[in-house]
Design a protein around this ligand. Structure first.
Ligand SMILES: [Zn+2]
Ligand SMILES: [Zn+2]
Ligand SMILES: [Zn+2]
Ligand SMILES: [Zn+2]
Ligand SMILES: [Zn+2]
Ligand SMILES: [Zn+2]
Ligand SMILES: [Zn+2]
Length: 451
């Protein structure tokens, strides 16, 4: 007999109907030969992959690898449906293997035996076989401790991991999910799984979040499912990054940082352009003393260490801030009235004592600068500040021996220094000596009348 019997045809139709993708080939001659490729889809469980032991390799050369898996690569069965099946004998399993050989040979033999045992006289057993493997039930008999032996545990672990990921993705893509925003049911390929494990429609989320971010309402950038809204959980950065455009992501981060700073005045933003993450202040210690170390901030997201006052790379607790960077800021602070909330905010952020020190330092530097610009002139040769006490405007720098004019600061020739003051038409003509003329000028008396 080289044709499929009606019983075989009926049974294969049932298998095909329940598991449309598992039945691979059917050849009818000389016997009915079918090929079943049955993947394993069980509840998630931990598998241990260990080095297969040989007689000549006494000890395992690599440590076992554990994996949590719910999808395992298919078992491949070639089965002969003889005329005696199903009445008088079970189908003959010509071969039983597994993709990537994740089931060891010995276990395959064992499984063959178990499958044959499942048949009882007159019983169509194929669907039971498929179900036994597909559901992972066979694992309890074959691998009760879930230990898989393989020649190369590392290679197999990689393959099993890939298979798991692909299978999960396939399952996700073909499944349908109800979208809580548009209320329609969408295929997984159009959806996204959020960090909270909720699945939402990608286009609805990107529209909605985009709108909220544009409006500046970042509190509503959250998972659209009622539980998450009720819990007030906001979406994490990974989720937001996956759904909206780069520009909106930037704005979202900026809005979030701004909100954090508004809520907690000890927070400063990371000064690196690309980062700008909120950086919290140092932990509050019991006592009220402030140390220079309080100015040190390290950005939790990019690791940059900087001074919270001048926003430059951390310059140690003993080096003062580069004053030009802070001058404007200190001036602003100094001009704020004592009861201004902004003043209190600055003091919370940087420490009151720090601000006091900065102001004192600023005033000191300012006074020094004023004195320098009034009483000295930098040498045009070496830039050292040269103070003129008395005498003529012809100066010789004590450091570099450069001759120069104190009045206009230009270099003059050492060979003929006075030409600078004796050439008519030159700005310093006749100005070898400057008398403090203004002090001797006549001052009208009525200026003092108001005093
Ligand atoms: Zn939707
Ligand atoms: Zn959620
Ligand atoms: Zn940073
Ligand atoms: Zn600084
Ligand atoms: Zn002179
Ligand atoms: Zn000099
Ligand atoms: Zn001059």
């Amino acid at each position: 007999m080289d044709k499929l019997s009606q019983a075989h045809i009926d049974e294969l139709e049932v298998v095909e109907a329940i598991y449309p993708e598992f039945l691979q080939t059917v050849s009818e001659r000389p016997n009915a030969l079918i090929r079943l490729e049955i993947p394993v889809n069980c509840t998630q469980q931990t598998f241990t992959i260990q080095q297969e032991l040989y007689a000549n390799v006494p000890k395992a050369s690599s440590s076992p690898i554990t994996l949590d898996l719910s999808h395992l690569p298919p078992l491949i069965l070639e089965i002969l449906l003889t005329p005696a099946y199903p009445e008088h004998s079970p189908p003959i399993i010509r071969s039983l293997s597994s993709r990537y050989s994740w089931v060891a040979r010995k276990s395959s033999q064992e499984l063959k035996y178990h499958l044959s045992q499942m048949w009882t006289e007159g019983d169509s057993v194929l669907c039971n076989w498929v179900d036994y493997i597909y559901s992972g039930e066979f694992l309890d008999t074959l691998l009760p401790s879930r230990h898989i032996s393989h020649r190369s545990p590392l290679t197999l672990a990689g393959l099993l991991r890939n298979h798991q990921a692909e299978a999960l993705n396939e399952a996700f893509v073909s499944q349908s999910f109800p979208c809580p925003i548009c209320l329609s049911s969408l295929k997984g390929s159009k959806c996204i799984t959020l960090e909270c494990a909720h699945v939402a429609c990608r286009s609805c989320l990107s529209d909605f979040w985009g709108f909220c971010i544009t409006e500046g309402d970042i509190g509503r950038v959250q998972c659209p499912f009622p539980e998450c809204i009720k819990a007030g959980n906001e979406a994490g950065e990974e989720d937001v990054r996956r759904i909206i455009t780069d520009d909106l992501l930037k704005r979202w981060k900026w809005l979030r940082a701004k909100r954090a700073v508004d809520l907690d005045p000890t927070i400063v933003l990371c000064p690196l352009d690309f980062c700008q993450s909120p950086v919290p202040g140092p932990p509050k210690t019991g006592d009220d003393t402030e140390s220079n170390w309080d100015r040190l901030r390290t950005c939790p997201s990019c690791g940059y260490s900087f001074c919270s006052l001048c926003r430059r790379t951390w310059h140690g607790p003993h080096t003062p801030c580069v004053s030009s960077a802070t001058a404007e800021f200190i001036l602003e602070y100094m001009t704020l009235p004592d009861d201004a909330p902004k003043k209190a905010q600055i003091e919370t952020r940087y420490g009151k004592a720090n601000m006091k020190r900065l102001v004192a330092k600023y005033l000191e530097e300012k006074a020094l600068k004023e004195w320098l610009s009034e009483s000295t002139t930098p040498c045009p040769g070496c830039s050292v500040n040269v103070e003129k006490s008395m005498g003529c405007n012809h100066m010789t720098c004590s450091k570099c021996k450069q001759h120069f004019c104190y009045r206009c600061g230009t270099k003059i020739s050492a060979a003929n220094p006075y030409a600078h003051f004796s050439s008519p038409g030159q700005p310093c003509f006749n100005k070898l000596f400057d008398f403090a003329a203004t002090q001797e000028e006549w001052v009208p008396m009525d200026i003092f009348n108001g005093l």
